[in-house]
Design a protein around this ligand. Structure first.
Ligand code: F6P
Length: 364
């Protein structure tokens, strides 16, 4: 056990998700119980850049296991290596503010830092590891797209929320004999759409990994209509796109290291289906509902196990690593290995074959 590790900083970066508080609690309770001081950094890397730290006492992290969001706040626009600052003319200029971050880390007397986040946060962490900071990473995201781990906490809860929404639109779809297209988050990976779609028995699942042909989707809707199933449920990952065209972009967030925000595929599909089939069609965008709420039991267990593993890495001085799950085992890999990568669904993923065999179309 490390005698020198007295003050541990902790931050949550990127988009929030269920289970963040469960991880904060696990790391902080283990550390406080072991006579270490825990320093919460507010709003992810922004707090490191702006020097906004606060001591986390036992009571701050007690009773937060089931709470959604993050008690520390988060930010998905503040990678210290590529930090956007206003240029005074309505635009942004990119700066490397890692020196400032190192200074704040040292001033606060931190011996190590736990960063909880997705690929963007790990990319920021990799830049700080290069500057000699002692960092341990933790994999969060509803998208489940972090390289090097087969699961991220937050995903299971988002799948449950999305599946529940798909289940609920069944009633209106059935009553009104409609095609309902539900757009789900997930960015460039279709894990959320695939898992929620299969869980709710969606008739069509559209994924970023499999380009769709709208005429095939329309045929599926018509087949169901003629075959007596007078409605169709389509689960569309926000990154899904028709063959030969680009992804649908909802907005560009200029000061974000990852500026593209996807959105619009459901509206496109619903409009085209209505034109091609004459079937009444509607688009629903589930949006940030998927990031909210209390974590599922699975996510609470995963977050607690990951949190404890992070503490063990800290105590054994194994810095520069991110906690992951591989083949069901919790282990760790170098942060540099996972930064700036996206884990998408492999073409031969068994669940895709299972879904096809049970009547689901992927629009291809
Ligand atoms: O990465 C999590 C996520 O919710 C994605 O699924 C989604 O594309 C994106 O973040 C939305 O970002 P924002 O909260 O900035 O709109």
């Amino acid at each position: 056990m490390s005698e020198t590790l007295k003050r541990i900083g902790i931050l949550t970066g990127g988009g929030d998700c269920p289970g963040l508080n469960a991880v904060i609690r696990a790391v902080a309770k283990a550390a406080i119980g072991d006579q270490r001081q825990v320093i919460g950094i507010e709003d992810g890397y922004l707090g490191l850049i702006e020097n906004r730290f606060r001591v986390l006492e036992y009571l701050d992290v007690s009773g937060i296991l089931t709470r959604g969001g993050t008690i520390l706040g988060s930010c998905n626009k503040a990678n210290p290596s590529h930090y956007a600052v206003p240029d005074g003319q309505g635009h942004w200029t990119i700066r490397d503010v890692r020196d400032q971050v190192v200074e704040h880390y040292q001033q606060a007397g931190l011996d190590a830092l736990v960063v909880i986040g997705g690929d963007g946060t790990m990319s920021g962490a990799a830049g700080l590891v290069q500057r000699g900071l002692n960092i341990v990473g933790m994999p969060k995201t509803i998208d489940n797209d972090l390289w090097g781990t087969e699961i991220t906490f937050g995903h299971d809860t988002a799948v449950a929320t999305a599946a529940d929404a798909l289940d609920k639109v069944h009633t209106t779809a059935s009553s009104h004999h409609r095609v309902m297209v539900v757009e789900l988050m997930g960015r460039y990976a279709g894990w959320l759409a695939l898992h929620a779609g299969v869980a709710s028995g969606a008739d069509v699942i559209l994924l970023p990994e499999i380009d769709f042909d709208i005429s095939k989707v329309a045929d599926k809707c018509l087949d169901r209509s003629r075959g007596g199933r007078g409605f169709t449920i389509i689960a569309a990952g926000e990154g899904a796109k028709p063959a030969g065209s680009g992804q649908f972009v909802d907005r560009v967030v200029e000061n974000s290291p990852d500026p593209i925000r996807l959105g619009g595929v459901a509206k496109h599909v619903a409009d085209r289906i209505e034109k091609l089939t004459d079937l009444d069609s509607r688009a629903i965008v589930l949006g940030h509902v998927q990031r909210g709420g209390t974590p599922t039991a699975y996510d609470r267990v995963l977050a607690t196990s990951f949190g404890y593993h992070a503490f063990e890495l800290l105590m054994s001085g194994r810095f520069g690593r991110v906690v992951v799950q591989q083949a069901g085992e919790i282990t760790s890999v170098p942060i540099a290995e996972v930064a700036d990568k996206v884990r998408t669904i492999p073409r031969d993923y068994p669940l895709i074959s299972a879904a096809r065999k049970t009547g689901t179309s992927f629009g291809d």
